[in-house]
Ligand binder design. Structure first.
Ligand code: FAD
Length: 491
């Protein structure tokens, strides 16, 4: 059996480990943290439990696939429920809108809340689906950097229908053309943030994202988001993957243009193939000091980062559910702040995630665990302590006004995550959530490939390489890498 080393036990590293071990490799994972999951981590404090990173779970079929290929029953490791209420939206003009999973219910509520016909909403989702169906196999399921990908019938179909993909316009332009009501435009513009991008810059093809949420649904994993990482870790262990925690890889061993293993401090561990789940920028800068880095790729602008307050709240809010959005008044200004001025404005859109709505054990009785997040620029040395103080004041004012309760008075516990700590804990360059941003139409092609073009037997998975960030795409990067490795080692 051939041996594969994986650097990092993030969600993509775990998926790659499971796939390679199932394909008869001996897999060994080196992870610098004391546990698996990377950005999927949790905090436990005074009877509260918080998921630290991702909070929205979509496309569970990619998790299920990992159990299927391993011939293990998923039910022994992992379960989830579908959400009927997708998200509650609060606007500054007092509009409240609940996005329902059922498309008819969604379109009807939208027609009541906004100036729009239910059918116009349905037409938007139809065109969103068309974009996804035309491009998913090209952009999400294959390496974009192998010639074979361009010779497939799927690619030819996508190219023939390129006019329907809205690549030339921005997402905001596409939405403004479709809807007159600016609240609805803001609603559909927000999907750009699902990969950390700017709706005023990202191409209109991103209007396929609402289809994923609406058609495939949104889900809650029992035990919270962290249980996704924990159950994949258990599955990998049961398959025989060897994990080394508190084991920071310091260099990739390369000879004759071929990866031969890794160094953990002074210790060298040999392997037939090496996969890096570490962010692509520090992989080159720290682990491959003698390799010429692909500067153009590494200098792509990064996706947004986040500032999150984890608040134990002594009280309950029936008007809130698992996902809640409090929109800013001026969305354009908010994104100019984040992506152009690299600042945090005074009226950011606030996202509150409350897992205790689904998992009562996540907070003491009569309390809720609030994950309160705003989008912020990546870490470029801003005065984060000052930003945190101002943002907290603004967030508390906005939430207290809209929810008509003095929120500060009922905060029982507080932890904070900011771009500096995201970078420190996961090595994600500038603390970006999704690798590089998709703020131009070539972004998909500018992401780093899933393999090295200079060093044989070296591969890359995770949110900073193709096909991109977010749990579903990271899981797909693991699939692409495992398929490339299996093909390459058969040659
Ligand atoms: P990571 O999770 O970053 O894992 C990389 C791992 O490599 C880490 O464990 C790190 O410690 C390890 N490592 C790095 N360097 C070394 C080294 N030298 N040696 C050994 N180990 C090393 N996605 C969604 O789908 N839905 C959401 O709602 C969502 N919200 C988010 C909110 C926040 C606050 C954050 C931070 C992210 C969010 N995301 C969301 C994005 C999602 O979390 C990421 O895209 C995904 O988890 C990235 O996984 P990964 O495997 O690429 O990398």
């Amino acid at each position: 059996r051939e041996k594969a080393i994986i650097i990092g036990a993030g969600i993509a590293g775990l998926a790659t480990a499971i796939r390679l071990q199932s394909a008869n490799f001996d897999v060994e994972v080196f992870e610098t943290n004391p546990s698996a999951g990377g950005k999927l981590a949790e905090i436990r404090e005074k009877g509260y439990r918080f998921d630290c990173g991702p909070s929205l779970f979509t496309m569970p079929q990619f998790i299920e696939e990992l159990f299927t290929i391993s011939s293990k029953p998923m039910s022994a490791y992992f379960s989830y429920v579908k959400k009927e209420t997708v998200c509650n939206y609060f606007y500054e003009d007092d509009t409240r809108f609940t996005a329902h999973a059922d498309i008819d219910k969604f379109a009807m509520s939208a027609a009541e809340a906004f100036e729009v016909e239910a059918q116009t909403i349905k037409d938007y989702f139809d065109s969103s689906k068309k974009k996804f169906d035309l491009t998913s196999s090209l952009f999400l399921e294959k390496s974009l950097h192998k010639l074979n990908t361009y010779l497939s019938s799927d690619t030819i179909k996508a190219i023939t229908n390129v006019g329907q993909l809205d690549i030339g316009a921005t997402l905001h332009k596409v939405n403004s053309k479709k809807f007159k009501d600016r609240r609805l435009v803001q609603f559909f513009d927000r999907f750009a943030t699902y990969n950390g991008s700017n709706p005023y810059k990202t191409p209109g093809i991103m209007s396929m994202i609402p289809h994923l949420e609406q058609y495939y649904g949104t889900f809650f994993p029992e035990g919270g988001m962290y249980s996704i990482a924990h159950s994949l870790y258990r599955l990998a262990q049961d398959l025989g993957v060897v994990f080394n925690f508190n084991a920071k890889v310091t260099q990739i061993a390369v000879a004759n243009n071929s990866a031969e293993g890794v160094f953990v401090g002074e210790k060298r561990i040999d392997a037939d193939v090496v996969v890096s789940n570490m962010d692509i920028v520090p992989t080159y800068r720290k682990l491959l000091p003698d390799c010429k880095a692909p500067e153009k790729t590494l200098q792509q602008p990064r996706s947004s980062s986040a500032l999150i307050f984890y608040w134990g709240i002594k009280g309950t809010f029936p008007e809130l559910d698992l996902h809640n959005i409090f929109f800013s008044e001026n969305y354009k200004e908010e994104f100019d702040c984040i992506f152009t001025r690299k600042e945090v404005g005074n009226d950011p859109t606030i996202y509150i995630n409350i897992t205790s709505k689904n998992e009562p054990n996540d907070a003491p009785e009569g309390c809720e665990n609030w994950f309160v997040m705003i989008n912020v620029p990546g870490n470029q040395g801003q005065d984060w302590d000052g930003i945190i103080t101002t943002a907290k004041k603004n967030i508390l004012q906005k939430l207290s006004r809209i929810l008509q309760r003095d929120i500060e008075q009922i905060i029982e516990t507080e932890s904070i995550l900011d771009p500096r700590t995201i970078e420190e804990r996961t090595q994600s360059y500038q603390g970006s959530l999704y690798g590089s941003s998709s703020n131009n139409k070539y972004a998909a092609f500018l992401r780093h490939p899933n393999f090295s073009q200079q060093i044989k037997k070296l591969y890359f998975c995770g949110g900073s390489v193709h096909p991109g960030g977010g749990i579903p795409l990271c899981l797909l990067s693991g699939k692409i890498v495992a398929e490339l490795i299996s093909k390459d080692t058969k040659k």
